[in-house]
Structure formats: C-alpha cells, structure tokens
Design a protein around this ligand. Structure first.
Ligand SMILES: *Cc1c(COP(=O)(O)O)cnc(C)c1O
Length: 463
C-alpha cells in the first residue's frame, strides 16, 4: 500500500517511509492511497479478542509491506505491556445509551500512549533494519510530549526534542517530560503557545537542508502511524456494543483532529459508525467551521482542557482532502490562504460531505466543570476536563437507539486542579507512578525563534 500527500506534490511512500518522514515534503500530510476494508465477518470476529490481537487485525493491512506478521505482533505486545489495565481500552456505561471509552490507562495517562507506544516499537524495528539514526522533534500541548518521551527514552538511535508552551501545561504533564534522566531526552519550554510550538516545528520540517542534516522525524499526530494505531479502539469499542450488526456514534474531545480522524478511517474500513461528533472547548474553530463553512483563526484562549487549546487543527487537512475528493491542488490552495490570510471558506460540496459524517459542539469552562460534577453524581465516574467536554457535547447528540461512545482522553489525575475545583475531590495518581512527583526536573527555556531552535538541536543531538 502506498501513502500520498494531501497536497499532491510529494512522492508516494511505503508505510515505513511515511512513518519515518512525518510531514510530506510539499507541506502536506500522508494518507493511504486507498483504505482497506474489513468484511462484516472479519469485524464480527473481533468480538472478545484481547486488545493486541484486535490491533493486529486492524493494523496489518496498512503495514504488511513494511513489517512481517511476527514483527507487528511483537511490537504490539511490547507496546501495551506497560498499560495499567488488562483490557487496555475498557468501556464503561455512564447512562442509558451513553458509554465512556477509557483511553487513559497507559504509562502517561492519556490516549496518546495508544499510538505513541506502538510507533516507538515500529520506529526501532525500521531504524535498526536501515542502520539509520533520527532526531525526533515534537510540539506538544502537554500529552503528546510526555507520551513521546516515554516511548522513545533511552533508544540508542533516536534523540527526542519536545517543544511545549512554557507555563501552559499541567504540573503532571510537565514533570512527565522533565524528569526522565536519559541523555537522548530534551524537554524545551518555548516562549509562546502551542500554535507557536507547532508552527516552529513545521518550519523545521520545511527547511529541507536542516531536515536532512539532522535526520528529522516527526511523531505529532500528523504522523500517519499515530492515526493508524488509534483506529483500533474504535473497532474494539463498537464491536463490544454489537457492531457490525448495530450502528454506533462516537464523540471525540478534539484538538488537532488526529483522534477523530482515526474514527473516520475506521468508518471507511467498514465499521458502522453513523456519526462522529467533534467536541471542542472554547477554542472552537472546528465547531464554527462545521456550522458556517468558514475556517478562521482566532487567538488561543487558555482553558482547563489545555490539550485542546488549539486553533490550527493540523489533521483537519486530511478530512478536507477526502471531502474535496482527493484534490491535492485545492487543499494546497486552502492551506496557503490559511497561512497568508488567516482563514479559508470550505466549498459547498466539501462542507456537505463533512456534515454527512461529522457533527460538532463546544463546551464552555463552566459547562466543563459542571459536567465533571454531574457525571460524578450520576455514575461515580471522575472525568478529566477534556473527557468532560466530550461528555457534555455527547449529551446534546444522544439519539436512541444508536449508542453513543464518548472517548475519555486523559486520566483525571493528570489534571487534578480542574477536577478538584469541580468536585472537591483531588484525584490521586495511580500508585505505579506516584514517585515521579519528587524527582528533579530538567528542561531548557527557548525563544519562539526558528534559528535558535535549530542551533540547539544541532548542538544537543548525539551524533
Ligand atoms: C491530544 C489530546 C486531545 C486532542 O486529540 P487530537 O487528536 O489532537 O484531536 C484531547 N484530549 C487529550 C487529553 C489529549 O491529550
């Protein structure tokens, strides 16, 4: 299977190449040339399988030319061994017709672990095979960075640099990035917000000489491997509620659109997902775009769900590419307008295509807090603020008899201040990770400046 760029001007790549490359050289994102499907019987046969085995069956058609069955199975076994729950992604019921998919039992307590642990394993296999070394640079609003550091720490042929917005991540998130002691881990606190960090990251990728010099690789959700690994839990959750014999809806707390786009891929593979609901916090560019057709940047407003404090939602480009009938030139033009004029208007046809699949809603800060309290009272489930945004928006979209599955994207203990303010309860970290709160921290403050960042990467990476 080949992977093509959403802007139509970069060469098609294999899975292994697309994974190591991250952003395409024309500035676009890689998507599969065609999406493989699972038959009704193949989907039904996922019922009751251990998570790793379901993952094998869902991922295999996308990677078979790069990895053998034994390599893939081994990578998945190692990826999920460190999770704190035997089911990996347990589904719990919140209310009649409303279920919560708990994606926070990985080593850094957010759903990012599901994909990052897998690509950590796949990167190792591919780099060893090619005798290459790489420099990973990632931008994070908090959870991607900690998950990446956890997945790549200590690897011989990888250096990891993570840019996070100084002062805008939670204590737990920061400590997960600043306490690892391995020499290949570099936590960089940038003067700016997440969009600044992501913009500098894209600048580094678009500087092709620098990119080749340091062997730059990306693990942000623009990396196709990340999206792919996230497709799996849509299958396991839907099948446990009766798919493929029954339709389901999903609501996804959304920032960079990687997680919900994985749901779209699951749907294209044949999973009967009726609607995918985009849940945003007050940084609601996606909700506004679905409502009005106008995708327009406004400043980022910090919120109690910081991992969704975003205004440029990178993976939305993949959804646009498909909504525009795989017209790379049209997507390139929209992205150019976004860069030069701060926004663009989605064509009527594409907007209609998006609305057939996606619905959307947003939650204010007060609604988010109120949902944390109300959910605790009604079900005993303690939600993180991101998951609460999802539950609030899902509540507006319930339509029996189709069950709703809301993704719980982080553990409440990762955002204890917001949870305590809403409920009076300060959620404790799981016992397996409590000790890291007392370890010394290590990080470097950096300006929001491309040349300074490039100099730092050159100087710090181990040759
Ligand atoms: C990353 C993240 C999100 C947003 O996911 P996207 O794939 O960027 O849309 C939501 N909640 C939490 C806790 C996250 O870490």
């Amino acid at each position: 299977m080949r992977y093509v760029s959403t802007r139509g001007q970069a060469p098609a790549l294999s899975f292994g190449e697309a994974m190591l490359t991250g952003l395409a050289r024309d500035g676009g994102l890689y998507v599969p040339e065609t999406v493989p499907t699972l038959s009704h019987a193949e989907i039904a046969a996922l019922a009751g399988l251990p998570y790793e085995q379901a993952a094998f069956r869902v991922i295999r058609p996308f990677v078979a030319e790069t990895f053998t069955d034994a390599e893939l199975a081994g990578a998945l076994a190692r990826a999920y061994a460190g999770f704190g729950h035997a089911a990996r992604a347990p589904l719990v019921q919140l209310a009649p017709g409303h279920h919560l998919l708990e994606l926070f039992h990985g080593p850094t307590l957010a759903f990012k672990d599901f994909a990052m642990q897998v690509i950590g394993q796949l990167f190792q296999l591919e780099l060893a095979r090619q005798g290459r070394r790489i420099t990973i640079v990632g931008a994070t609003s908090g959870d991607t960075g900690s998950a990446a550091i956890e997945a790549f720490r200590g690897l011989e042929n990888v250096d990891v640099f993570i840019l996070y917005p100084h002062g805008r991540v939670s204590d737990v998130q920061r400590r997960q990035m600043t306490t690892p002691t391995e020499a290949n881990v570099h936590a960089l606190a940038i003067e700016g917000d997440f969009d600044d960090a992501q913009a500098r990251l894209k600048d580094m990728f678009n500087d092709h000489a620098f990119r080749d010099e340091v062997g730059l690789a990306g693990v942000n959700s623009i990396n196709w491997g990340r999206v792919l690994a996230q497709v799996v839990y849509y299958f396991t959750a839907a099948v446990s509620l009766g798919a493929p014999h029954r339709e389901v809806d999903f609501t996804v707390p959304t920032g960079n659109f990687g997680d919900i786009f994985a749901g779209f891929i699951a749907r294209q593979m044949g999973l009967p997902i009726r609607r995918l609901v985009i849940a945003t916090n007050r940084n609601d560019i996606l909700h506004r775009c679905l409502e009005t057709g106008r995708y327009e940047m406004r400043g980022v407003t910090p919120s109690i769900s910081p991992s969704m404090d975003i205004q440029v939602s990178s993976n939305f480009e993949r959804a646009l590419y498909l909504a525009y009938g795989r017209d790379g030139a049209a997507v390139a033009q929209l992205m150019d307008e976004l860069k030069t004029r701060g926004g663009f208007t989605v064509s009527q046809g594409a907007l209609q295509a998006l609305r057939e699949i996606y619905a959307s809603g947003s939650a204010s800060e007060a609604e988010t807090s109120a949902t944390i309290a109300a959910t605790l009272a009604a079900s005993g489930e303690l939600l993180c603020p991101h998951s609460a945004v999802g539950v609030k928006v899902a509540g507006e979209q319930l339509s029996a008899p189709v069950p709703m599955i809301t993704l719980a994207t982080a553990h409440p203990a990762k955002f204890p201040d917001a949870v305590e303010a809403a409920t009076g309860i300060r959620p404790p970290l799981p016992a397996r990770m409590a000790e890291f709160l007392t370890r010394p921290e290590r990080m470097t403050r950096v300006p929001n400046d491309l040349a300074a960042l490039q100099a730092l990467v050159r100087e710090r990476r181990r040759i």
